[in-house]
Design a binder for this molecule. Structure first.
Ligand SMILES: [Zn+2]
Ligand SMILES: [Zn+2]
Length: 270
């Protein structure tokens, strides 16, 4: 007679740590597949878990782009710091935005794997690529700060994907990585709010518990992706309010913006 109270251990709710270990084990036993096209990867693995063909398909950020939003500008050989019309009109709180790629396939599959597929090692892969591609332009930064997740979301995911990128990136840049920002509360369902209310809401979501840890410093604020840029803007505003001297926002992927016809950009100091 079967024990009615018998509960197979496989049905237990697993902690995120257990799930991650299980994933690692599955990963070791099964041939890894390219996140972009699904073809088997070499046994030794591949950067970003992408095959060579998919890695070559990653779309770089256009060379001539707005310093604040990376919108392509209709000009050539622009000096650093040029901004598009909208960014001159309402500049974001961060001083500039840097990214390695446009957030298009196959990068979206890598970021989804990091965020929702529990493939936390992709954070390190992204950090390696970011350091290799962007390090010379980051020489003035003093300290790396990841964009925090609210603890509830962090608990559900098991980790903060921005931290998984920021930590190894800081190591490669020879900078300290400091969790200087805290999230006040889960961002409420925003779909019913207008744009202004959404921004106001988001601006209240970040705080700096120890302003002495950022005061006077040039912060490298790290997140996985910039979509509207509103999260980076809100986080940078909190850092500036706490006394940070400058904020460079860095992401792996930037949602591409359409160029504005004839916008050649302008020097923000003009
Ligand atoms: Zn592929
Ligand atoms: Zn812009």
């Amino acid at each position: 007679m079967p024990d009615p109270f018998y509960e197979p251990s496989a049905l237990r709710v697993q902690s995120s740590e257990e799930r991650r270990l299980l994933d690692r084990l599955m990963h070791a036993l099964l041939p890894a597949l390219c996140l972009g096209c699904g073809r088997p990867l070499p046994a030794a693995g591949a950067p970003l878990s992408l095959c060579a063909v998919c890695r070559a398909a990653l779309v770089p950020i256009p060379r001539e782009a707005c310093a604040s939003c990376l919108r392509p500008l209709a000009a050539h050989a622009l000096p650093a710091g040029y901004r598009c019309g909208p960014c001159r009109q309402s500049p974001p709180a961060f001083d500039r935005l840097v990214a390695l790629w446009s957030y298009r396939p196959p990068l979206d599959a890598v970021v989804r794997g990091l965020k929702f597929g529990r493939l936390d090692y992709l954070g390190r892969h992204l950090a390696v690529a970011l350091a290799a591609g962007l390090a010379p332009g980051l020489a003035g930064c003093d300290q790396v700060v990841p964009v925090p997740l609210h603890w509830r979301r962090r608990l559900a995911r098991g980790y903060n994907q921005a931290e998984r990128i920021a930590h190894p990136l800081a190591g490669r840049l020879g900078l300290p990585c400091v969790q200087a920002l805290a999230r006040r509360r889960a961002t409420p369902p925003q779909s019913l709010l207008g744009r202004e209310e959404r921004l106001a809401n988001l601006r209240k979501a970040f705080r700096v518990p120890r302003p002495d840890r950022v005061r006077g410093l040039h912060i490298l604020l790290v997140d996985d992706v910039a979509t509207t840029g509103a999260t980076l803007d809100a986080a940078a505003a909190a850092l500036k309010k706490a006394g940070a001297a400058a904020v460079t926002a860095l992401v792996a992927g930037r949602t591409p913006l359409e160029p504005i016809a004839g916008d050649r950009g302008q020097d923000p100091t003009e």
